[in-house]
Design a protein around this ligand. Structure first.
Ligand code: NAD
Length: 243
């Protein structure tokens, strides 16, 4: 039995399967991850540069450093891995897709039930009056050196809807915990599983399939591990499940 046969068996036997994704599913769309050798860690420390503390105490640094991650998402498109996961959902093999990604590529690739536990880079909000705007409108102010950007309604500081280091987790995380508690199978794709509290979720599922080019702290307890391209593995898995 190869890894795909084992994975197909686990999916066919599962009562409730969910997926957890990280930055690695979007590298094949041209978006760097954090921790592989082409990731953002080679330029700066994301935990610092993308923190609430730096955004509030040194906004000029925030908008010239961590903010580049948000800018890098512009113009990126879903890849076959995002589309294969959407197909698995559509075919009834997968329920929630819990994602740490802020790039919206799951939804744009056709996925429906997506829990964005680290927020969403495509929108920004005013913390005082809750006025919301899209990233392009928000970014016009940053490009015009209005730092930090101001709310057009009340004049207070606006900020991204991404969950920064030091922020509270959003309600989507509570939903992700409930989904993980219900799940007897979790497919983890492209996450180093080092960012807490999300890295706690795989503990809750009975069976684990991991797709990752590198290693994770959960490798020893996974039922199946695919060490390869997320897109290649997911496309093949979706094909095999339908044979
Ligand atoms: P991470 O960088 O810590 O880990 C990514 C993992 O994916 C690595 O282990 C790497 O080996 C693997 N990987 C990279 N490309 C792959 C591929 N093509 N196929 C299979 N595996 C691949 O990322 P993380 O665990 O998601 O945690 C980092 C945090 O960074 C998250 O909170 C996320 O919000 C944020 N982030 C998001 C994006 C995005 O939205 N696309 C991009 C960068 C960082």
């Amino acid at each position: 039995m190869d890894g795909f046969d084992q994975a197909v068996k686990l999916f066919k036997e599962a009562k409730y399967a969910i997926c957890l994704t990280g930055a690695g599913i979007s590298t094949e769309s041209g978006i760097p991850d954090f921790r592989s050798n082409r990731g953002y860690y080679t330029n700066f420390i994301p935990e610092d540069a993308l923190s609430v503390g730096v955004m509030e105490s040194d906004p000029k640094r925030f908008y010239s450093e961590g903010y580049t991650i948000l800018k890098d998402l512009e113009g990126k498109e879903p890849n076959p891995g995002h589309r294969a996961l959407a197909a698995l959902q559509e075919e009834g093999f997968l329920h929630e897709i819990v994602t740490q990604n802020i790039d919206d590529l799951h939804q744009r690739g056709g996925a429906k039930n997506v829990l964005q536990v680290h927020g969403d880079a495509s929108t920004a909000r005013c913390e005082r009056c809750d006025f919301h705007t899209d990233f392009a409108t928000f970014d016009k102010q940053v490009e015009a050196s209005i730092i930090p950007p101001k709310c057009p309604k009340c004049g207070h500081t606006m900020r991204t809807n991404v969950v920064l280091f030091g922020d509270a987790m959003p309600p989507a995380f509570d939903e992700a915990v409930k989904a993980a508690e219900k799940a007897d199978l979790m497919l983890v794709v492209g996450s180093s599983l080092q960012v807490m509290p999300v890295a706690y979720l795989p503990r809750l599922a009975e069976h684990l399939i991991i797709v990752n080019q590198g290693s994770t702290p959960y490798d020893h307890q996974a039922d199946v591990i695919f060490k390869g391209s997320a897109a290649d593995v997911l496309v093949e898995l979706e094909k095999r499940l339908n044979e």
